[in-house]
Design a protein around this ligand. Sequence first.
Ligand SMILES: C[S@@+](CC[C@H](N)C(=O)[O-])C[C@H]1O[C@@H](n2cnc3c(N)ncnc32)[C@H](O)[C@@H]1O
Ligand code: SF4
Length: 382
Amino acid sequence: MTTTEPFGVYVHWPFCLAKCPYCDFNSHVRHAGVDQGRFVAAYLRELAHFATLAPGRTVSSVFFGGGTPSLMSPETVGAILDRIAELWTLSGDAEVTLEANPTSTEAGRFAGYRAAGVNRVSLGVQSLDDASLKALGRMHTSEEALAALAIAKRNFERVSFDLIYARQRQRLDDWRNELSRALDHARDHLSLYQLTIEPGTPFAALHEAGALVIPEGEDAEAFYLLTQELCDVAGLPSYEVSNHARPGAQSRHNLVYWRGHDYVGIGPGAHSRITQGGVKHEVAVRKSPETWLDTVTAKGHGIEHDETLSPQESADEYLLMGLRLAEGIDVKRLAAIDGRALDQQRIAQLEAQGLVKSHKGRLHATGAGRLVLDRLIVELAA
Ligand SMILES: C[S@@+](CC[C@H](N)C(=O)[O-])C[C@H]1O[C@@H](n2cnc3c(N)ncnc32)[C@H](O)[C@@H]1O
Ligand code: SF4
C-alpha cells in the first residue's frame, strides 16, 4: 500500500426525525432530542483514536451519512472537518459529501454546510410522486424535494439525489415518466435503488402478509433495464449497479469502498478497513447510539470488533465490490492480494454466456451479468 492511494473518512449520524418503514439502516428516532454537544465531543475523540490506527494518510474524501446527517448543525460538521484536517492531511481537492433529507428546515442549512467545508450533497428525494412518498412514509412532498434540490444546486457544484423504484403498485410506464422528469433535474449524479424488502422492517411484515406487492423477478428486471436505458441516453450511465454519473462525476468516496481502498468510519455502527503492516483489518464500532456514546466517553473509541482479514477474505471482498463497478476488477491486483489466478476456463464459459468480459487486464460484469451478480461472484470466487 502506498500513502498516495485514496483514503476516505466516513462519519455516521444515526438519528432521523421519523423511521421510514422500508429502512434498516442504523437510524433511530429520539423524541426527547439528542445532546449534540456530547455526541460531537465523542466524534472528535473517536477520530483521534482512529488517526492512531491509520496515521499519516492523506484524506481524499469525507462522507457524512446516516441516518440523517442534515440534522447536524453546520458547526458540528465544521468541527468534525477541522479535526480531520488536524489529524491527517486533508487533500486540497477532497470530496466532502453530506447526505440530506429534503425538508425545508434542513435545506436552510445548506449555505452553512458549504461554509463548513462540504462541497457535495446527496439528497434523499426517493420519489417525485406524492402518493408514493406518503406510502414510503416520507415527511416531504415532491414539491419540497424539488425546492430542496434547487437550493442544493445553488449552494453546491456537485449534487446527487436518490430515488427508489420498483415500488408498490408502480407500473413501468409510471417509472419511465418519473425517471424522465428526474433526469431533467439531475446535475451530475443519481443513485437509483430498487426497493429492497429488508427483514424486520414494517415493509417486510406487509410484504409477507401479501399487503405490499412489488415488481419481482422478470418484472423487476424490466425496471432495471429501463433505468439503464434512460440514464444512458441522458448521459448519466451507471458506473456501479445503482449509481449513475456524468463522466468524471462519480462519487469518489464510494469508489474508495468499491475499489478496495482503506477508510475509517466513525460514529455508531460505522465500519472501517485499515491496512496495518500489509494486513487488512476489519473494524466496527458499537451500533447503539447511546452505548457507543458511553463507550467513547469512557475509552476514547467505540470499537467492538477488530479482526484481520485473511488474503483470501480480502480478495473475495475485492471481487465482490469490484464487480459492482462498470470498470470491474484489475485481475493482476486480485492475484497480488491472495496469489489467486482466476479460473480461465470458467471465465471463458461466463464470457460465452455473455455475463462477463475481459479487457486489457480487467474483468467486468456485462449488463446481463449484473442481473445475476450474486451467482457470478460465487462462481468466480469458487
Ligand atoms: C442512508 S439512506 C438515507 C439518507 C437519508 N436519510 C434519506 O432518507 O433521505 C441512503 C439511501 O438508501 C436508500 N434506501 C434505504 N432503504 C432502502 C430500501 N429498503 N430499498 C431501496 N433503497 C433504500 C434510499 O434511497 C436512501 O436515500
Ligand atoms: S431512509 Fe433515511 S430518513 Fe428514512 S429512516 Fe432511513 S435513514 Fe432515516
